[in-house]
Design a protein around this ligand. Sequence first.
Ligand code: CA
Length: 221
Amino acid sequence: MRLLLVEDDRQLGDGIRAGLVLEGYTVDWAENGGSAEEALKGEHFDLVVLDLGLPHRSGIEILQSLRARGNTTPVLVLTARDTVADRIKGLDSGGDDYMTKPFDLDELNARIRALLRRSAGHASPVMQHGAIAIDPAAHTVTLDGKAVEISPREFAILRMLLANAGRVLSRGRLEEALYGWGTDVESNAVEVHIHHLRKKLGSSLIRTVRGVGYIVNKTDS
Ligand code: CA
């Protein structure tokens, strides 16, 4: 999962980014309103953590223009002051949730998980797909109830595919979820992770759509 963090406070941004990376997300960090806007216009993110008080463009302006473009990416708003007016403005401008500074990183992570879950159409924290269950909070995968050893990148790919079950994800989209700005992607990295996932979870789970990408079929469960 690839997250965009928009925060102009260096120290706070460092802390949030480190906490999100520990959770296994790929995190890109924009330190002002202009670069946030540019990133959101050009690239896909699974969720945005958006500070409201920013240089160049305010968080509210960024949010409004994002929604005006029809972009439905979940946005968690960070507000500096706990005023009712700020929170209302953030939510009314298209924010999906908010946190008031200072906040607890564990709570931020829990709220992000809840937003990602809802945006993928799951109400339950554990994603079930046939015999496979993945728990994004605990970072665990089970097959028929038995724990499966899985690397953080394999976990990230599996989670993306299950969250988008029934849709083909291109290799580029999966690479984006794994690697942020400034990291070189080895050309066959995604294939290697898919290969390992098939070995661990069965060869029929992830199908290759030649020339397009990968898909996990929808289940009834
Ligand atoms: Ca700020």
